[in-house]
Each structure stands twice: as structure tokens, then as C-alpha cells.
Design a protein around this ligand. Sequence first.
Ligand code: UT7
Length: 323
Amino acid sequence: MTVRAVVKGVGHYLPSRVVENAEFEATLDTNDEWIRSRSGIERRHFASEGETTSTMATAAANAALKMAGLSADDIDAVIVATSTADLTFPSAATMVQAQLGMKGGFAFDIQAVCAGFVFALSNANALILSGQAKRVMVIGSETFSKIMDWTDRSTCVLFGDGAGAVLLEAQAGAGGTDDRGILSTDLNSDGTHRELLYVDGGVSTGTSGYLRMQGNQVFRHAVEKLSATANTAMDRAGVDSTDVDWIVPHQANIRIIQGTAKKLGLPMDKVVVTVQDHGNTSAASIPLALSVGVARGQIKQGDLLVTEAIGGGLAWGAVVLRW
Ligand code: UT7
């Protein structure tokens, strides 16, 4: 018997405040056409006063619990992938644990920026396969609006806020590629590219800082590294691109999404795309896309999915799972 980490529920939360591209035209030398054609983004959600990474994460987790028909006490662990935790510490995950009303278990954050959810899925899978947890709530939640330099048109038009959550449960599998659950993972990072994407604040500066990005340089790395990690994960799982029902990519830029799909030999009708409505929500983008993909009726039980993401670090990776 093989143990598999199988998806029991998925959910998401988006703040009610929607900001269309045109709103930036009042304060910045930019326009809807540039943002749309260079990134594919049309609008994004921004958190309001009182909405934080932990409160949005809790709302997404509650939606995933509801779909699974389970309660908070049925969970052994909470992992929040985020670079925008409410406070330097404690972790957003322990705040979520308290907000969910969990009496036991353990909770911690994972910080791998836009690749955070892929890293969190991989770690949750390891906890389940090693028998340390039976059910893990894996959440991506971000309030990147809090780290935007609103005078920098090259970054502030690209990001948004939101949260998505996936509840994984240990289930018996046969050990083959027909099993439901996580079939393989691939994680990578290269710290020599730190200057391409970072926040210029933290405990060393006494400020929370602002996001800085050399977008075109990150772009150069993205398509190549994303297709390579997706191929590695597919090789490890024993599947190839003809077996794939859906790519659920990190939603940073439609041109990166299209370029990666093309390199993998997959048509765009096999890609879940939400970047137009959410912008880049960093670690939240993949679980948001999973939840929206299910709600749209695109992703169905039994489908083979490949998720892939890259972000600051640089850090990148992919997960192959059967829904
Ligand atoms: O999620 C983490 C990973 N991050 C990413 O994957 C982001 C990757 N990068 C990208 O998505 C793209 O590089 C961007 C959307 C950020 C930019 O697109 P680009 O085609 O690479 O444009 P660029 O940075 O080379 O800039 C082209 C021009 C520049 O003007 P000049 O130097 O050619 O005169 C920019 O100053 O566009 C200008 N520009 C803008 N113009 C209008 C930059 N931002 C804006 C703007 N509105 N908001």
C-alpha cells in the first residue's frame, strides 16, 4: 500500500475591493492597454482595513473545510505559504490555527515568495507520507498591497491580494499514476539572483519595506525554469504532457503562462488562467486558481494537474497531482 496526500477540499477568499487597471491612470504614467498587453492583468482585489493575510487565510480554510465536510478539529497541521504575514512573528499559520478554533495540532509558515504554495504542498506531502500528519490544511495567502511602492509603475500595477486553501488527507493508493493525490514534487532555488526580486525592508532596516523587481530579468528566467521543473516533476511521477488535463500555473503574467504551456507542448485550453481577475497574488495564486478552476467546472475529480511557480529567491518548483 502507498500513502497518498489526497485533496479533500478547496476554497478561496478575495477581498471585496476590486481595482480596475484604469484606476492607476489617475496617479501614474500608465494605462489599461499597457498593463493588459504586457501582463494580461485587467483587475485585482485589494484588502481593506482589517483584512489581513491571516484573516483571508482563515476564510479560505473555512471554505475548504466546508467542501470537505470536516471541522477544524479534524486537521493535524496548518501551513501558510506567505511573504506578507501580519507580523514578523508569530506565524500567520498559528494565527489561522487560533482563528479556526483548533485545540491541537501544529502550524507554521513557509516563505518561498511566489513559489510558496508549491513548497508548502511538497512539505505537507512529506508530513503525510512520513506519518506525522493525517490531514494538513495548505494555504497560500498574501496582502502584497501592503508592500507596494505606489509611485513605482513597474510593480504596483501587477500585484493583488487574496487567499486559497487546499485540505490534504492521507489515503491509501495503489502506487501507480492512477492514484488520486500528490504524485511527485520538484523544488529548486538559487540565492544568487536575490537582486532580481526582493523587499527592501525587514528586521535589518526596521521597516517592512517595498517590493523591488527587475521584471524583464525575472521574465527571462521564468519560462525556462518553469518548463524544466514541470518536466522534472512529470518524469518523477511517470507521466508526460499528453497525460495532463490541466496546468495550474503561478499567475504572474499571461505571456509567461503561454510561453511555458507552449514549451510543454500543451494548448492554452488545458491551462487554468485567472491572472486577468486577480493579478499576481504571489503564494496565493495557485490555490486561488485551483479553487476558481473547480468552481468554473474546469477541474474535476480524477484530472491530472501540474502546478508550477517561480518567484523571489529565486525559488521555483512544480507539483504533479491527480485531483
Ligand atoms: O511572481 C513573481 C515572478 N514575477 C514575474 O514573473 C514577473 C515577470 N515579469 C513580467 O511580468 C514583465 O517583465 C513585466 C510585466 C513586469 C514588464 O513587462 P516587459 O515586457 O518585461 O517590460 P519592461 O520591464 O521591459 O518595460 C518596457 C517599458 C519600459 O519603458 P522603456 O524603458 O522601454 O522606455 C518601462 O519603463 O515599459 C515601461 N513600463 C510601463 N509603461 C507603462 C513599465 N511599467 C509600466 C507601466 N505602464 N505600468
